[in-house]
Design a protein around this ligand. Structure first.
Ligand code: CTP
Length: 373
């Protein structure tokens, strides 16, 4: 985590500003995920003239990544943009514009403040300070969500992260957009924001996502909100879940994620869930056999959407039951390896699911019994 105080870059231009999230976070007294600077003019030229290591240059966007005191810092040129194709990355129309024009292309007033790198003066053209004070998320213009619908999810993310609410007009603009979504959008960016939002593990975010139809950005299909409290469920099994998959337990409840490019691991979780949904079971043994092969993430999706009782029964109880003897032990009692081994293990497992207290000695006894010894 970062803050402004630990950056040591010698600037003589007086045209360098902290911008966006880092200014917001400092005012809120929070640490930031990254350091964004903007240079009023051409940041690439500026960086080349400074005594700093350049890591990466993005010429069309006029941005440059530099290394300062071992930290990666992005310096952007002030720029104007237009959204030629709504929902997609904007096109840069001018590099080196005024600071005011640069902040006016941004998402919310709370993200549109700049702080002079040398003097520390906060420049607030859009009323961001006031909105932070009033815990409000407000767009800068009426076309904001049309230009970039990912901002609807960003608003959700910030509202949950900071416990802010949307200003009334912003909420109306959101509602209007969600009634008439243009699905020709960059779902890669949608996915990134969904991950950042739902990895916060917040039922409040999910309730808003479902109740206000924000989920319609992901799928055209109507989805009923499940009644299970997902946040509580995740907290209960947190140690068994990969933290980077938490978002999928929330968003996976939409089932239709065809628009989001899922990784192999993510697709696997959804496939496991779909298999669970199609499975039938009549005994603890069936449940054990079916659920043992699945990730906790898939089992939680099943708990949320289908059968909470049996899914949590598996996670709380059945999963912990293991037979302690293996092939080696069977060999020591004189049984040659064969396909019958597995049948024997299943036989012992069935007994153990009924009585988890069975000892290793008793397991061996059962094995002898199974083989008629
Ligand atoms: N921005 C925007 N519209 C977007 C994404 C970003 O206007 N769809 C602007 C905002 O001014 C934002 C800045 O670009 O502050 C940097 O974007 P990003 O790093 O994604 O956001 P942060 O505000 O830094 O948020 P976080 O703390 O989550 O990194």
């Amino acid at each position: 985590m970062l803050n402004m105080k630990n950056l040591n870059l010698k600037d003589k231009s007086d045209k360098l500003y902290y911008i966006g999230g880092i200014v917001r976070d400092e005012i809120l007294g929070k640490e930031s995920f990254d350091i964004d600077l903007t240079y009023v003019g051409n940041a690439i030229e500026y960086a080349k003239n400074c005594d700093i290591q350049i890591l990466k240059i993005n010429e069309p966007f006029g941005t440059v990544r530099v290394l300062v005191d071992g930290k990666e810092v992005d310096i952007a040129s002030t720029r104007k943009e237009i959204y030629e194709k709504a929902g997609h990355l904007p096109t840069v129309t001018e590099i080196g514009c005024s600071l005011k024009d640069d902040v006016l292309r941004r998402d919310f007033t709370i993200n549109a403040m700049a702080k002079n790198y040398n003097t520390g003066e906060v420049i607030d053209y859009t009323g961001g300070l006031n909105d932070i004070k009033n815990k409000t998320i407000r767009v800068l213009h009426d076309k904001s969500f049309i230009d970039d619908p990912t901002r609807i999810i960003r608003a959700l993310k910030f509202s949950v992260r900071f416990d802010f609410t949307l200003d009334k007009h912003t909420e109306e603009l959101r509602e209007d957009y969600l009634k008439n979504i243009n699905y020709d959008m960059s779902f890669k960016r949608v996915k990134k924001e969904l991950i950042e939002t739902f990895n916060l593990n917040s039922q409040k975010a999910y309730d808003e996502f479902m109740d206000k139809n924000i989920y319609k950005l992901v799928t055209k299909k109507t989805v009923n909100k499940p009644t299970v409290n997902i946040e509580n469920l995740i907290n209960k099994y947190k140690s068994e879940i990969n933290p980077k998959n938490i978002w999928l337990i929330y968003v996976g409840t939409l089932i239709d994620l065809t628009n989001l490019e899922l990784t192999k691991e993510e697709q696997n979780i959804l496939n496991e869930y779909k298999n669970l949904k199609q499975s039938t079971y009549t005994s603890d043994f069936d449940i054990y056999k079916i659920f043992s092969d699945c990730t906790t993430e898939a089992i939680l999706l099943y708990a949320i959407l289908d059968d909470e009782k049996n899914a949590t029964r598996f996670l709380d109880k059945l999963k912990r039951i293991k037979i302690s003897i293996g092939g080696e032990e069977l060999k020591t009692i004189g049984i040659k390896p064969s396909k019958k081994y597995q049948e024997c293990f299943d036989y012992i497992l069935k007994e153990k699911l009924n009585n988890p207290e069975i000892s290793t000695q008793e397991e061996l006894k059962l094995a002898r019994l199974f083989f008629g010894l």
